[in-house]
Write a protein that binds this ligand. Structure first.
Ligand code: SAH
Length: 223
C-alpha cells in the first residue's frame, strides 16, 4: 500500500466517524458519483455541496451558455456546468475550496472548461460577464432548517436582496439554490420588483422523492 493510499484510508476513517460529517459522508456517492476516484471535500464542503443529481438538473438549463458559478465551493455544480455549458467561471473566496474544486473537476475530466477564480464575488461582480449567474451562497450552516420560514436576509455573507440586485447587473438569467423552507413570497416579490420584472420558476429539488432544497430560476420575459 502506498503512502497516498494509507492517508486516503485514514481520511475516510475520520470522515465516517466524525459526527459532524458522517451524515453527509454516507451520501458521498450521491454527492459525487466518482467519489472514489480522488474527490476532495472539507468540512464546510460536506454540508454545502449540491447533490450530483440536482446539479445535473441545474446544468441542463444552462446548456451552451456561459455560466458564472458565483459561490462555487468544492465544485459540485461547477463540474456539471462544465459538462454541458459553453464555459464556466467558478468563483470562491476560499483558496482551499478552489484548489479542491480544481482537483474535483480534474477527476471528472472537465477542468479545462472552467476558469477558476479565488476571490470575493462582490468585488469581482462589476468585471464579470456571462449568460447565466448561478448562486448557491452559504445558508448560514446546517441550522438553516430550524426556522419555520427562511428569509432572504438570512443568506450569507450578504442578504439575498442585495445579492440579487448586484447579480442582476451581470445577467438577467439567475438561478438561486435555496433552503427548502425559503419564503417563496419574497422570491416572487424580487422577480416582480425587478426592472423590467423577471419571470420566476420554482423547482422543488428532490433526492429519493424527498425535497431537500428549492431552485429558483429567474429570467427576463421574452419581448
Ligand atoms: N454549489 C457549491 C457549494 C457552495 S457553498 C457546490 O456544489 O460545491 C458556498 C460557498 O460560498 C463556500 O464555499 C464559501 O467559501 C463561498 N463564499 C462565501 N462568501 C463568498 C464570497 N464573498 N465570494 C465568493 N465565495 C464565497
Amino acid at each position: 500500500m502506498t503512502i497516498d493510499d494509507q492517508s486516503h484510508l485514514k481520511k475516510e476513517a475520520e470522515n465516517s466517524t466524525n459526527p459532524k460529517i458522517n451524515r453527509y459522508w454516507i451520501q458521498r456517492y450521491d454527492l459525487f458519483s466518482r467519489y472514489d476516484e480522488g474527490i476532495q471535500i472539507d468540512e464546510e464542503g460536506w454540508y454545502s455541496v449540491t447533490h450530483e443529481e440536482i446539479a445535473i438538473k441545474h446544468a441542463e438549463r444552462c446548456r451552451g451558455k456561459v455560466v458564472i458559478d458565483c459561490f462555487a465551493g468544492v465544485g459540485g455544480n461547477t463540474i456539471q456546468f462544465a459538462k454541458v455549458s459553453s464555459s464556466v467561471i467558478a468563483i470562491d473566496i476560499d483558496p482551499m475550496k478552489v484548489k479542491m474544486a480544481m482537483n474535483n473537476a480534474n477527476v471528472y475530466g472537465v477542468a479545462n472548461h472552467v476558469d477558476f477564480v479565488v476571490g470575493d464575488f462582490f468585488s469581482l461582480a462589476p468585471s464579470l460577464k456571462g449568460d447565466v449567474s448561478f448562486l448557491s451562497p452559504p445558508w448560514g450552516g446546517p441550522n438553516y432548517c430550524k426556522v419555520e420560514s427562511f428569509k432572504m436576509d438570512m443568506l450569507q455573507p450578504r442578504d439575498g436582496y442585495s445579492l440579487f440586485k448586484i447579480v442582476q447587473s451581470i445577467t438577467p438569467n439567475i438561478i438561486m439554490y435555496l433552503p427548502k423552507n425559503v419564503d417563496l413570497a419574497q422570491l416572487e416579490e424580487m422577480a416582480f420588483l425587478s426592472s423590467p420584472p423577471l419571470t420566476l420558476e420554482i423547482e422543488e429539488s428532490c433526492i429519493g422523492g424527498k425535497m431537500i432544497a428549492i431552485t429558483a430560476y429567474f429570467s427576463r420575459n421574452a419581448a
